[in-house]
Design a protein around this ligand. Sequence first.
Ligand SMILES: Nc1nc2c([nH]c(=O)n2[C@@H]2O[C@H](COP(=O)(O)OP(=O)(O)OP(=O)(O)O)[C@@H](O)[C@H]2O)c(=O)[nH]1
Length: 142
Amino acid sequence: MENAGPARRSILVVAAALIDPEGRVLVQQRAPGKSLAGLWEFPGGKAEPGESPEEALVRELDEELGIAIDAAALSPVAFSTATDDALSLVLLLFASRVWRGVPRPFDAAALRWCAIDALRRLPMPPADVPLIDPLAPWLSAT
Ligand SMILES: Nc1nc2c([nH]c(=O)n2[C@@H]2O[C@H](COP(=O)(O)OP(=O)(O)OP(=O)(O)O)[C@@H](O)[C@H]2O)c(=O)[nH]1
């Protein structure tokens, strides 16, 4: 059947809100030379064909931060979308308070733990902005 839709690429992106006992969330700064360089984002990346969203996020967190996390520890928080002429992006945000290892910036320019007020002031990619309000109730100390 003919594809009558626009000539866009569709990507599924999965990202993690890792939350520490003080109710802060980990964000990473996109490295120079990348698209959206300098903006702060949640660790994660594109799901590969055939991967479940949770499998993709477990892989990305290992690659980007060197931490181990169980797929079962990932709770859905919210999704967002961003569309332009070239790309239709769907971003799924999961939260977790449990992982093994200490996050290190293997892929990012910097890592930062942020309380909700600091998170709201950070420059983030457009797709991340609608995720902040749904994430806010998760960011209270336990
Ligand atoms: N990991 C992550 N990616 C995000 C977020 N928000 C957002 O728009 N994205 C976009 O989702 C895509 C994730 O791709 P990726 O992590 O596998 O690849 P990448 O950084 O090398 O991106 P690039 O291919 O645009 O250079 C990027 O286009 C990135 O800009 C976010 O909070 N976390």
